[in-house]
Ligand binder design. Structure first.
Ligand code: SAM
Ligand code: SF4
Length: 440
């Protein structure tokens, strides 16, 4: 018997990359690879990169530089770059870093076995196409192995919104939705393997419009309602959404579909209409606030999350105060906030940039407010009984850790048999990033 080859994947960035890394490992399983956690044992190292953060490409080049020693010690080691930096840099990676054998963009992961064979033969392998064929069809069924209770499932890829700061439309391409039947099959296969909670993923997930098994156009709400009928699938979530795609039936589903969890990540980026316009977000602050009112009317206990960018080109003190005021009005449970940083090739990168100290000062003030809101949301859970899906052992003996319906980490003394199951838990204490509870 030939020894299996070992694959080490380092994943950067969002949940979509986490899902893609799983699918890449599955695709390379067909070429005889098994996953390893130790890069020094690997026959192939793949960096699954993200282009959203500042100086993303430079960080990938320095990471590749650090792999030189491993390659020198094992000339058979193949090194690949995948993800959005691979898509954006393409051939330049092979030119700048000769130790790289393989470069693959997010739309070509189904071609990994061929690319790996090409790299093994000593050639350089590059594929950053946006191919005609359906990547997901070619990736095939999920493997039969039992797995943990939560999973990601990509339903939509790409983005047509072209926010002025964002590289996603360039690296992930135009919006494409997968056919609903394929998603339902993949969800059933995950549930058969022990999954109780699925998070539906897309760069713009609520823009999902896929063909249904009946030939009709299905929006995200229809898809969620059908997924909720799968026996054993207890919880559904979705991320990330754009405010303009929150359709009425999706808002209604938050009120009447018990499997859809009371948590929503709905980024607004800024509270200033002038900046929202410059960002090409195509809605006003007031429209966002009215939308939040409607979502809360459907599901009053929903925990809201968002993304903010401070220091976008042209942002004045007054614009920033509008953002602070929007945050105070909404009251978030959890948020991500960033200093604007220019991404080459995006419209906003061409404009005059604000001084770094202005951005830093605004970010610190915004984060202080968001942290206070998060702490208040955590405290508000004390005394409540919520469902917790147990995912792993805690640090203390006899303890399990899971996620509440509202996606908060909860530590509970609980028997190991509850692993992978949902149990009611009374929350007894709150810290900024986790809760403590007792089985109810
Ligand atoms: N599609 C999602 C949306 O519309 O909100 C998320 C896209 S992006 C992967 C995640 C977040 O990164 C964005 O919501 C934004 O706040 C942040 N981001 C993207 N480009 C940025 C930039 N040039 N500078 C700072 N933050 C940025
Ligand atoms: Fe980027 Fe999201 Fe805007 Fe699309 S909607 S361009 S992914 S920030």
């Amino acid at each position: 018997m030939t020894q299996p080859k070992k694959l080490y994947i380092k994943t950067y960035g969002c949940q979509m990359n986490v899902y893609d890394s799983e699918r890449m490992a599955e695709a390379l399983g067909a070429s005889g690879y098994v996953p390893t956690d130790a890069p020094e044992d690997a026959d192939m190292i793949l960096l699954n990169t993200c282009h959203i953060r500042e100086k993303a490409a430079e960080k990938v080049y320095s990471e590749l530089g650090r792999l030189k020693g491993l390659k020198a010690g094992n000339p058979d080691l193949k090194i690949g770059v995948a993800g959005c930096v691979a898509q954006a840099e393409g051939e330049e990676i092979l030119r700048r870093q000769p130790l790289v054998d393989l470069v693959v963009g997010p739309q070509s992961y189904h071609r990994l076995p061929e690319l790996e064979a090409r790299a093994r033969s000593g050639a350089k392998a590059l594929d950053t196409d946006f191919p005609e064929e359906d990547k997901f069809d070619r990736l095939g069924a999920r493997p039969k192995a039992q797995r943990g209770p939560t999973a990601f499932l990509t339903v939509q890829e790409g983005c047509d919104k072209f926010c002025a700061f964002c590289v996603v439309p360039y690296t992930r391409g135009a919006e494409v939705s997968r056919p609903a039947a394929r998603i339902l099959d993949e969800a059933r296969a995950l549930v058969d393997r022990g999954v109780a909670e699925i998070t539906l993923l897309g760069q713009n997930v609520n823009a999902y419009h896929g063909v249904g098994p009946d030939g009709a156009d299905w929006g995200l709400a229809r898809l969620i309602r059908e997924l909720a009928r799968i026996e054993g699938l207890e919880r559904l979530r979705y991320t990330t959404s754009h405010p303009n795609d929150m359709e009425d039936d999706l808002i209604a589903a938050h009120g009447d579909c018990p499997e859809l969890m009371p948590y929503l990540h709905l980024p607004v980026q800024s509270g200033s209409d002038r900046i929202l316009k410059a960002m090409n977000r195509k809605h006003t602050a007031e429209e966002y606030l009215r939308l939040i009112d409607r979502i809360r009317a459907a599901r009053p206990d929903i925990l809201l999350s968002g993304d903010f960018i401070v220091g976008f080109p042209g942002e004045t003190d007054a614009d920033f105060e509008d953002t602070m005021s929007l945050v105070r009005t909404v009251g978030y449970g959890q948020c991500y906030s960033f200093k604007y940083s220019p991404r080459p090739g995006t419209p906003a990168a061409e404009h005059d940039q604000l001084p770094e100290d202005v951005k830093s000062e605004r970010l610190a003030r915004l984060q202080a407010l968001l942290n206070a809101q998060q702490e208040a949301a955590q405290q508000a859970m004390v005394g409540r009984t919520v469902g917790v899906l147990f995912e792993k052992p805690g640090r203390m003996p006899g303890q399990l850790v899971g996620k509440s319906d509202h996606l908060q980490a909860v530590h509970v003394n609980a028997p190991a048999e509850l692993m992978g199951r949902i149990a009611p838990v009374r929350i007894v204490k709150a810290a900024p990033n986790s809760l403590g509870g007792e089985l109810a």
